[in-house]
Design a binder for this molecule. Sequence first.
Ligand code: PGA
Length: 257
Amino acid sequence: MPRKPLISGNWKMNLNHFEAIQLIQKLGYALDGDDLDACDVSVHPPFTDLRSVQTVLDADRIPIALGAQHCHFETSGAFTGEVSPAMLAKLDVTYVIAGHSERRQIFGETDEMVNAKVRAILTNGMTPIMACGETLDEREAGEAEARVQSQVVAGLAQISADQVANLVIAYEPIWAIGTGVTASSTDAEAMCAHVRRVVGDNWGGDAAQSVRIQYGGSVKGGNAAELMSQPDVDGALVGGASLDADEFARIVQHRLL
Ligand code: PGA
């Protein structure tokens, strides 16, 4: 079975709930049924916007999946400021990003925390998008492959092959995030193929064939078709360009470009 691309918009810490409603409504108009048949699409608003966006998606029957950017790994308890995966599941959240490089670098998330989150997301019936990627220094030192391999193996530890087959891994080179510098399609393909090999070596060929691997890092309407035409690139995790409905729609519609 061919892997259906997943295009995910990570809104990061942008847009209050009024602005979020406007953006999701615009996106609903910009995409038609064929677009949403060809690709799975998710949007990942800040926590404060989730309920508002979910209400619009429901009321207007827009087949875009609701996603979150982060969660804690415990179900409840004394974790001031955190949001539990069970709370997200109750809001009909489908995908949760775990281990985005901003969470790793700014908030000190370790591979162990990422792994605990991935497992908690699965336990709560949602799909993790586990992010990995190397820094510029690591790339220049020839360590990109080893770095990404260790993040994938640690982040998905103790997860069954069947579960790995159904989750999403986002390869996001840190030097390409928010910088306007995109990895070349050759580099993106090489690293996504590497991630698939790592999955194959650790969870077997079926999991490697089914797992969806997104590329992320300065994806725009203008480079989406080229990136997405690579055999091991199964979609995109989009930051900046997902805040503009028309630009994000162009990425989703990459098959037409
Ligand atoms: P960007 O962000 O598209 O703005 O580079 C990607 C991401 O952080 O997921």
